[in-house]
Write a protein that binds this ligand. Sequence first.
Ligand SMILES: C[S@@+](CC[C@H](N)C(=O)[O-])C[C@H]1O[C@@H](n2cnc3c(N)ncnc32)[C@H](O)[C@@H]1O
Length: 277
Amino acid sequence: MAYSGRFTPGDRVQLTDAKRRHFTITLQEGESFFTHKGEIKHDDIIGEHEGTVVKSSGAGEYLCFRHLLVDHVLSMPRGAAVIYPKDAAQILVEGDIFPGATVLEAGAGSGAMSMWLLRAVGEKGKLISYEIRQDHLEYAEKNVSEHMGGHPENWDLRLGDLKEATKEDIGEVDRVLLDMLEPWEMLDTVKDVLLPGGVFMTYVATVPQLMKVMEGIRETKAFTEPKAWESLVREWKVDGLATRPEHRMNAHTAFLIWARRLADGTVAPRPQRRARR
Ligand SMILES: C[S@@+](CC[C@H](N)C(=O)[O-])C[C@H]1O[C@@H](n2cnc3c(N)ncnc32)[C@H](O)[C@@H]1O
């Protein structure tokens, strides 16, 4: 699967017209794509650099780029809501997903986070993804395979309920990411499989979920004091005297929760609060 270089057959290419409308095609020798401004021959794109303009038979102009992963995630078919790219970035950085890491993820959903994680762990790492629903698992499989040129060898996608999985099933992992309705139900499993020092992150949409999972993490006494936050990204329109923030934004996606696994038997020093006067 080529992510850079000249276009070759099999590449998924995003064509953008003058009105910023996007069309996605998969290049095949001898094929054509028909727009309201006529025919675009795939052969006119194959062999060209990314970032060039192709003309249709009706003089339409289309800028050609391969899909970035972010484009794929936002345009691919979904069974379940995906982790938004701004939050995926937080998970990769705050979750310290490193090359070579073994990561446990649930649920796989539409496969968006699986792709970010697979990229970050690299070929020497491993991703184990649980998904309870067959239909969602099929979305994940298809979306990941389409972008990564097949099912990655280091991706262990399993149909099943993470709650029922044992340490024998999973082994020991460096990082855990949960994106599901009731992550507090999985804390015993997370505690069993996460190595001391390992990072646990979970992603929940509502305040009651946030409160419940934070309390659950504290009650295990197996993790550091959890922290919670959300990421807000506001785009700007930059255009002379009209420069200003965009009117609309995705104000709320979900909360991020983070904690580290303590060594067994460790009692972490209680966080000290300043005495009130
Ligand atoms: C919001 S989606 C995950 C989306 C995914 N992170 C992505 O970025 O595409 C939540 C998924 O968790 C799955 N799920 C819920 N409970 C589960 C469990 N106990 N074990 C495994 N998967 C579970 C659901 O079926 C659903 O597909």
